[in-house]
Design a protein around this ligand. Sequence first.
Ligand SMILES: Cc1ncc(C[n+]2csc(CCOP(=O)(O)OP(=O)(O)O)c2C)c(N)n1
Ligand SMILES: CC(=O)[C@@H](O)[C@H](O)COP(=O)(O)O
Ligand SMILES: [Mg+2]
Length: 642
Amino acid sequence: MSEPEPTTAQPCSHPLLSSLPDASPLKSMSRDQLKDVASEIRDVLCNLLATRTAHFASNLGVVELCIALHCEFDFRHDRLIWDTGHQVYPHKLVTGRYHDFPSIRTRGGLMGYPNPVESEYDLFMTGHAGCSVSTAVGLRSGDVLSGNADRRTVAVIGDGAFPSGIVFEAMNNAGELEDDLTIILNDNKMSICPRVGSVATYLDRLRSNPYYTGLKHEVTRLLDHVPMFGDPTERLLAQMKEGVKAGLLGGMLFEELNIRYVGPIDGHDIPMMRKYLAMVREMKGPVLLHVVTEKGHGYKPAAEDPVFFHTPPAFKDDRGKPVSTASSGCPPFTLHARDAIRRQMADDKRVTIITAAMCQGNKLEPIREQFPDRFFDVGICESHAVAFAAGQCKNGMRPIVDIYSTFLQRSYDQIFQEVALQDLPVVFLMDRAGLTGPDGPTHHGIFDIGYLRVFPNMVVMAPGYAGEVDLMLAKAIEHDHSCAIRYPKASALELDRTPDEVVIGKSERIREGRDGTIVAYGAMLDQALAAADLLADDLDVGVINARFVKPIDREMIRETMSGDKFVVTLEEHVKMGGFGSAFLEAAAEERLDTRKIHILALRDEFIEHGDREELLAEHGLAAEPIAATCREAANLQAIPLQ
Ligand SMILES: Cc1ncc(C[n+]2csc(CCOP(=O)(O)OP(=O)(O)O)c2C)c(N)n1
Ligand SMILES: CC(=O)[C@@H](O)[C@H](O)COP(=O)(O)O
Ligand SMILES: [Mg+2]
């Protein structure tokens, strides 16, 4: 495959893609035309990356697979689920969304994941890994029950997502139901980082089997001459034959689960894939087709460094060398957290770090190098990560589960039973807690306060600025119960002050104020201070860095609500179950006048993708709307409360 021309600001013309109203014309295109479609798709992807950060290498890798699938099926009628959904760009480009494609991952534009609102070709809005096989098994079952058995069902799942526990739950069920189903395992040897675990090793073994290396035909031909029936020696030979054959054919794991295994095949050879897809389409019962692809295929820098090019910052192709055009600001919370983890691990041999395949996103690579024995990447297996941490705790270790807020949802029952109920001191570092921007509703981490603060003994906190991150993690490690620390995908505010000592359940006053107080939870401190500045000519507003939602600082609540002062609470979280809600509950229990409390939080809706600042402003969580709420609150206070 030739490399696309260096990217330019204006997309080149794409005669084939731009003429596709939907995927059906692909079926009648020649081999050469389909190859040209593949080149056009890669060109569009490269042009996109010159303008913004987006999922790149995964999409480059599935171009041919996507084209072949749409040639052999009609997914307006048949069913197609792309697991996770981050590799869905080629699919969008051939299913009538080429002209809208430049809007992808911007406010009001196409979503970076499947979205049924956009197209009948998308069935579920997804972004979390692992559920494709389950939903496909369910779709098939529903089609059989509702008299639509002529529909075909296909799930495409990457080798990174494949070891998720739920995939095995789905295969367990599929093997028993025996409904027709095609599972395509897209094996590119990569998750975001190189894939890990023994399933990965198993897939490596399958890749090296004689079939893929071209010997299979010869060996199975020879084996076919061994007789199946006859005397005991012959029977023994026959049994051996089956064993040898299974070993040679590979896929025994799947075959034993009653899922036919086919492959591995080259996922960049469109004619061959069409042949295999046509074959598995007609097979009865569940079938797994093992497809080998290269992540980043067709763009050399991405194929050579698929980790960086998973979601690279916008770059311009300068003779093949990507040049980041990303702007630099204050370091993000993630980096402060990484440095804090490193310090804790250096000081205390009990501290371990556990990631569920997000080493790169959490910037943990240097920790992986420095502490290989205490670094655990368990793969995309969040439930296991949490239960595994609980197990380590029982032996006196102090595990830190470093995880995105939205992915921790996958482990809810393990947080309940294995951690909270046992009262074990697992530390959760919840990155991406808040609005994650262009990833959108599947990735916003806006429910964690609500889902964690309900557990007895759990401490739930959030740093408001950079200087606190280290202190909070140290406190969490020292504490004998489970602690969760949340922070968003954002630069950490740098304050010119020595943070107060971190005391569990105590807030920190940052600014005095006579008229009212803004109580900010976590990174909202930034906006709180900006709003107080905006108000300086009219109102003297104090600012408190709440630090803890559980236990919440009741003394602070009594103090801020004394006299006729108003209180505005801020959080990057939904209102229900969040910080303001906890404040209100405590104030009510303290018999305080709760009419003086104004809660600013995210609305009760799934929030679209867009720029984080833009989304915060829309939800009243930027300096201007916060200041406006304070003015309104002050005016209300002027009217005597009945
Ligand atoms: C439950 C969950 N955990 C983590 C992630 C983050 N994540 C997105 S893509 C990805 C790697 C997926 O690897 P694979 O399925 O092999 O797809 P590839 O990118 O290699 O095509 C990870 C870890 C996620 N989306 N969902
Ligand atoms: C698809 C997916 O879940 C990840 O690739 C995610 O988009 C990464 O998010 P960050 O870019 O915030 O690490
Ligand atoms: Mg992969």
